[in-house]
Design a protein around this ligand. Structure first.
Ligand code: SF4
Ligand code: FE
Length: 470
């Protein structure tokens, strides 16, 4: 693919071999690798599904959920891949966008007699047959947050229709924080919030090949990202994988009608946002997979440093496990309690999906805190790999970085670097702030929880037990 991509003020010609991009690309490659029956027969049930369109076996990331079992497998897939990569593997946003659109295009057609669902299903078939990676793009730049889209001084702060033509539309604006943007074949745009009639030019959804002319990618920075350029690269912590976010500018980009899935039906914009968000909040089972890596690293470093038998260390490890399994349990619960929507697609239990993600805005921080507690301050004060291997001073560094007998000094350093990566380094970008804001910030989940909870039932239980109601 030929992206117009910029990083550190330069146009990137070969993004495939770029040392900062490659680890993120390896992550997306893992979504294909683990679906390979010959290599990973044990993951077939979670990584693949049967297409409801063609009856063929497909990658689960391209699948429209047909049952609660599908939803449960989706949660498990997130954990497996999170543990395999120790990173955000970027492909869930597309899966969640496809599933949300499968429902909302159907509902819009029921109300307006439009043909969005037919268009969408033709597109879905293409995605499934080619096993494509789609990037679900929701978050707009938003400008002045106190103003609605149509009230902004700059109309481009929310992605909108700039021109309508006989064969399609021209769109302008920007999608922010786009996970996996240049590792995707397709980009699927959706509105970022509920819209009013005045905002109808902003109530649009469409899909395009990611390298369509006029789409400009500007690569986001992560803490310690330039360590990925270093060679040798022990200091990077996660030597195989990493995440990716871009600012994606739509500089007057043409979209043909057959790729438009919502056009000014502003009354459905909020619905599309909520349905996508519920799915994506479920997807954060990925963080339990990363948690597996961090808990494993914490246990290892305790063993390497001779603290693993201390009762307070054991207690901290158990606390980490409890937090991690609580996140996973909620993701599974919203899947097990999923339901069939009018289109036939299965959706998650919205209340529990939001509780799940609200936990994710907190627990990885608690787990990271415990990991740093167990590892020690050394994760942020340790000399570099080059010092460890320096012909003159290397022997000093090695001597004073030694832990228990029988453990290689390099093993201790590598695990410490992995903990650094996940809690303050490049990996922390997807383990911590992404847990806070990805799929919506905490308040977005609290609003949904407040809306979904059956308070009348709770009050009635209380009234009966204290004798107000007979
Ligand atoms: Fe998937 Fe998690 Fe990355 Fe979101 S943060 S795309 S849910 S791996
Ligand atoms: Fe995300």
């Amino acid at each position: 693919m030929r992206f117009e991509l910029y990083m550190f003020g330069e146009r990137i010609a070969d993004h495939v071999e770029h040392p900062i991009i490659r680890p993120a690309m390896n992550c997306v490659a893992a979504t294909y690798e683990l679906a390979d029956q010959a290599k990973f027969p044990q993951y077939q049930a979670v990584m693949t599904a049967t297409s409801h369109l063609t009856g063929k076996k497909i990658n689960r990331f391209c699948h429209i959920h047909q049952s609660t079992e599908d939803l449960v497998s989706k949660s498990k897939m997130g954990r497996v891949l999170g543990a395999y990569t120790g990173s955000c593997f970027q492909r869930c946003v597309g899966m969640d966008a496809l599933n949300a659109l499968s429902m909302v295009t159907y509902d819009v057609d029921q109300k307006y007699g439009s043909e969005y669902n037919k268009r969408f299903l033709a597109y879905l078939r293409y995605v499934q047959d080619e096993d494509l990676v789609c990037d679900g793009a929701m978050t707009d730049a938003k400008g002045d947050r106190s103003r609605h889209p149509a009230e902004q001084a700059d109309p481009d702060q929310y992605l909108h229709v700039a021109e309508e033509k006989s064969d399609g539309i021209v769109v302008r604006g920007c999608k922010m924080h786009q996970t996996g943007a240049v590792n995707s074949h397709e980009i699927i745009c959706m509105p970022t919030r509920a819209m009013r009639e005045e905002d109808k030019d902003y109530a649009i959804s469409f899909a395009l090949p990611s390298d369509t002319e006029g789409i400009i990618y500007i690569y986001g920075r992560q803490p310690c990202d330039t360590r990925k350029i270093e060679s040798p690269n022990m200091d990077v912590g996660n030597v195989l994988y990493g995440g990716q976010e871009c600012m994606v500018v739509f500089d007057d980009v043409f979209v043909p009608w057959e790729r438009v899935f919502m056009y000014k039906e502003y009354d459905f914009a909020g619905d599309l946002v909520e349905k996508f968000a519920a799915y994506h909040r479920q997807s954060y089972a990925c963080k339990s997979g990363i948690g597996d890596v961090l808990i494993g690293a914490s246990q290892l470093i305790a063993e390497y440093q001779g603290t693993s038998r201390a009762s307070h260390i054991k207690d901290k490890i158990i606390d980490m496990i409890q937090l991690n399994e609580t996140m996973m349990s909620c993701s599974l619960a919203c899947a097990y309690e999923g339901h069939r929507e009018a289109s036939g697609t299965y959706s998650v239990n919205t209340l529990r999906a939001n509780v799940s993600k609200l936990n994710v805005t907190k627990f990885p921080y608690d787990i990271a805190r415990l990991a740093q507690d167990i590892a020690g301050g050394i994760i942020v004060t340790m000399p570099s790999e080059k010092d460890l291997k320096h012909p003159a001073i290397g022997r000093h560094v090695a001597k004073y970085l030694k832990g228990v007998d029988g453990v290689a000094i390099e093993s201790r350093v590598r695990v410490l670097r992995l903990i650094e990566n996940l809690t303050v380094g490049a990996g922390a970008a997807c383990y911590l702030p992404e847990s806070m804001h990805g799929a919506g910030s905490p308040m977005a989940q609290k609003i949904m929880i407040g809306r979904q909870v059956d308070m009348e039932r709770m009050k009635s239980s209380a009234r009966r037990l204290c004798g107000i109601d007979s």
